[in-house]
Write a new protein. Structure first.
Length: 401
């Protein structure tokens, strides 16, 4: 079957190697602005941003550790030895990978990949080698992502002028390149296609697990990696991030979907709500209130307005629609190579929005014993407002009972 017959959006043709080069260029410009000679990145997302390498291990293993050392004219990857073969396959030069730990690749001929095991015992030792290989002299000013949290690297950084670089990376990653926007848009529309497919297959008696299965299969068919699928019905819709069960959807009940996937390392996070049969007056009124709140975010958001102001506008609009009090800790978040990126749309965040930032705006409502509903969409901040990058129906979806 083709993507068209499955109802999938058209996947964009993004040159990932070129995009990695564009990200690296932007990062190096930031290093020059901050008067840094190098930066040592330690989060999986920042490592991927700077090098283009997305590790399966970073998804599977909670304790996965790696680093990227970026100078003005060099880039080195410090990786578990199990990652060296896929990193080279992804196009990273083998002589710029510094492995640590024990994992065996065999080869019939001499191959550096087959010699990666036991080169260094751990990340700090391999990082020391990378710093030396990059030719960094004592006193060199090096930015370190999460310097306080990387105390294990202290010995490797000894003699260098190490400074915190987390804010530098936050600022660099916040404003997206065109290729990044294409991948984010495709992921969001792919999630929407999955939810559309699930609702098309739905009817009385379909289970939460069956709905989730259709969503996951659709995302996978479109080349995405399902990361979470919240597919709840009836009173369980109020449980926020609850797993799907074999509970059957019944006439008159809500179904709430909050679904995330990744495309080439970029996240999607979309929320939708449906009802089996015609909604009752309370369901319709409450959904109208939260939808109006998200619409107000679309109307207000633009460069210069703060995240807190967008939050306040959303809350005030939902309350005006009849949900009072409307208590939320946030009404959205930045998104990119992390599902939650700064700035968060919350009352304590006075960060101004900038053109090129991407957000998920959302206005969920959860009432234990009654149910929950949400609408969440991906937007791009433009020079004069926002462009909504999702294209599916945002209304309360009605499924024939």
């Amino acid at each position: 079957m083709t993507a068209h017959t499955l109802g999938l959006p058209v996947r964009p043709v993004v040159d990932l190697h070129r995009l990695a080069g564009e990200r690296l260029y932007r990062l190096r410009r930031a290093l020059a602005t901050e008067h840094l000679d190098a930066v040592l990145l330690t989060s999986p997302e920042s490592v991927s941003y700077a090098t283009g390498y997305v590790s399966v291990g970073s998804v599977v293993f909670r304790g996965w550790r790696a680093a990227a050392l970026i100078t003005m004219d060099d880039a080195l990857l410090v990786l578990p030895s199990a990652d060296i073969a896929p990193a080279v396959d992804a196009g990273f030069p083998v002589d710029r990978v510094v492995p640590f730990g024990r994992f065996y690749f065999e080869s019939a001929t001499a191959d550096p990949v087959a010699e990666a095991a036991d080169v260094h015992p751990d990340l700090p030792a391999a990082t020391g080698t990378a710093l030396h290989r990059a030719g960094l002299r004592p006193g060199t000013r090096v930015g370190v992502e999460d310097l306080a949290g990387n105390s294990a690297l202290a010995a490797a950084l000894d003699g260098l002028d190490a400074v915190e670089a987390g804010q530098v990376m936050t600022a660099v990653r916040a404003v997206k390149l065109p290729g990044e926007v294409e991948l984010l848009t495709y992921g969001a529309r792919l999630v929407d296609a999955g939810i559309d497919a699930a609702l098309a297959a739905a009817g009385a008696g379909i289970t939460e697990l069956e709905l989730a299965g259709v969503i996951g299969a659709t995302i996978s068919a479109g080349g995405g990696l399902p990361r979470f699928i919240v597919s709840t019905t009836g009173p369980r819709t109020a449980l926020a991030d609850a797993p799907a069960t074999d509970r059957a959807w019944r006439a008159g009940e809500l179904a709430r979907f909050d679904v995330g996937c990744t495309i080439d390392g970029y996240w999607a996070d979309i929320g939708r709500t449906a009802v089996l049969g015609e909604p009752d007056a309370q369901q319709a009124a409450r959904y109208a209130a939260i939808l109006a709140g998200e619409d107000e975010q679309f109307r207000r958001a633009r460069p210069g307005i703060t995240a807190a102001e967008v939050f306040d506008a959303a809350v005030a609009t939902v309350e005006h629609g009849g949900i009072r009090p409307y208590r939320r800790h946030h009404c959205g978040h930045g998104i990119g190579q992390s599902v939650y990126e700064a700035p968060i749309i919350s009352p304590a965040v006075d960060t101004p929005l900038q053109a090129g930032m991407t957000f998920c705006f959302e206005t969920p409502y959860y009432e234990v014993g009654w149910g929950g509903m949400m609408v969440e969409d991906l937007v791009l901040v433009t020079d004069d407002g926002v462009r909504v990058l999702t294209d599916a129906d945002r209304d309360l979806r009605v499924v024939a009972a």
